[in-house]
Write a protein that binds this ligand. Structure first.
Ligand SMILES: Cc1ncc(COP(=O)(O)O)c(C=O)c1O
Length: 413
């Protein structure tokens, strides 16, 4: 009898998807569930993006595109780097992919030989270690905690680097913690990895979803958005992700996506910026694995950079920020410990050890008894997952309030 390949026993399911299935079952049976487990924006696709897709499909010329993506989109992404970050990136270095998932797979596949190690923070985005395993590489977990903002340090890399280490993959803002790596620290990580002949991979999928604000006079740069009380005659400018790791060197691999800031998860579109000498290999691999990214999604994404779309996305960012500002103190008041400030993404990673020693069991009880779906730490690695749960603030304010009220009642009972 044929058996699954050995690697399959190392590939864990995405537990949050199983929790989601149970939540849907409960809903089908008439229960009301507040969804705080889902890692995708609750906002619909921006209207101009939908219009662009409809116009493209109506035309009927829906064919394969070049494997690295249509030139117009690669150029639009390069312009985005110039305008938002002031960084010049050649469109030739940009590969359009099926989400950042496709970008991660391509980047890791062109880098890793069997047995090569990739350093990854734990807790971290679960799929990464499975990609590495699938490529017969070895994921090497760097345990990170609140004392370093749940991000790895150069010291850790120095300690953990071995002759088999090939690189470091970081995310800023990160999933599940929402924490950021500041520009100086990122430069330190890049230098540390480069000194050892390794590659830095920076997952910037949550760029655009950061919530530090500073007041600036009205009439500033176009990326600024006026919020709240206009009579105050100020403008609140978002800060915190004005740096891309691409600014550090042409040797960094940067992964990004239309999924999160652009609110286009289901369109399955992202991109990879790679050092020029890897591009031909990435192209060969993309041709073989995918033939091309989705043509309708690419044509739709051209409208994602339109100023009207960006203004809408910035207004949504402001909403995410006010949700975070509401959720964070409420969770702390209830007794969750959140030791590192989640400055971005749409997650709060909370220590729930005051309530339970098994976060999986706790999340199950909260779902079944309180009707609130949250993600247990189990998905994010082996570093104290039983003590943590992740809250996603991807629900509207009224639902968020209802979810917290249910949670408070459940924890008091
Ligand atoms: C850190 C991180 N990277 C990559 C992804 C993959 O996203 P996508 O393939 O939709 O771009 C996710 C999705 O949640 C994520 O959280």
């Amino acid at each position: 009898m044929t058996m699954p390949a050995r690697r399959m026993s190392d590939i864990a399911p995405f537990h949050v998807m199983e929790l989601l299935t149970r939540a849907r079952q409960l809903e089908a049976g008439g229960r009301s569930i507040i969804h705080m487990e889902v890692g995708e924006p609750d906002f619909p696709t921006p209207p101009l993006v939908i219009e662009a897709a409809q116009a493209f499909i109506r035309d009927g010329h829906v064919f394969y595109t070049p494997a690295l993506g249509i030139p117009a989109l690669r150029e639009a992404i390069a312009r985005f780097y110039a305008e938002r970050y002031g960084v010049s990136v050649s469109p030739q270095r940009i590969a359009v992919t099926a989400g950042s998932s496709g970008a991660l797979l391509l980047a890791l596949a062109v880098l890793l030989n069997p047995g090569d190690e990739l350093l990854l923070p734990d807790p971290g985005y679960p799929c990464n270690r499975h990609f590495v395993r699938m490529l017969e590489g070895v994921p090497r977990a760097l345990a990170v905690g609140p004392e370093t903002n749940f991000q790895p340090t150069a010291g850790q890399i120095e300690q953990q680097w071995t002759s088999r280490s090939k690189g470091l993959l970081v995310a800023s803002p990160a999933n599940p913690t929402g924490t950021l790596i500041d520009a100086t620290t990122m430069a330190g990580l890049a230098a540390c990895v480069a000194e050892r002949g390794g590659a830095l991979l920076a997952d910037e999928i949550y760029h655009g979803l950061t919530y530090a604000l500073k007041e600036t006079p009205l009439g500033g740069a176009p990326k600024e958005v006026r919020l709240g009380n206009a009579s105050k005659e100020i403008c609140l400018e978002h800060t915190g992700d004005t740096d891309t790791a691409l600014a550090l060197s042409d040797e960094v691999f940067v992964i990004n996506s239309f999924s999160k800031y652009f609110g286009m998860t289901g369109w399955r579109l992202g991109w990879l910026v790679a050092p020029q000498r890897f591009v031909r290999d990435i192209e060969k691999l993309a041709q073989n694995l995918f033939i091309s990214p989705s043509a309708p999604a690419q044509h739709a994404a051209l409208a994602a950079f339109h100023p009207e779309t960006i203004a809408l996305l910035e207004a949504r960012r402001a909403q995410f920020r006010s949700r975070r500002d509401y959720l964070l103190p409420e969770l702390r008041r209830m007794g969750f410990r959140i030791a590192a400030e989640p400055g971005g993404a749409f997650y709060v990673y909370a220590d729930c050890s005051r309530f339970a020693t098994d976060s999986g069991k706790l999340a199950g009880e909260i779902l079944e008894q309180a009707g609130v779906a949250i993600t247990p730490g189990l998905d994010f690695g082996k570093n104290a997952p039983e003590r943590h749960v992740r809250f996603a603030y991807t629900v509207a304010e009224d639902k968020l309030e209802e979810g917290l009220a249910r949670l408070a009642r459940h924890l008091r009972s």
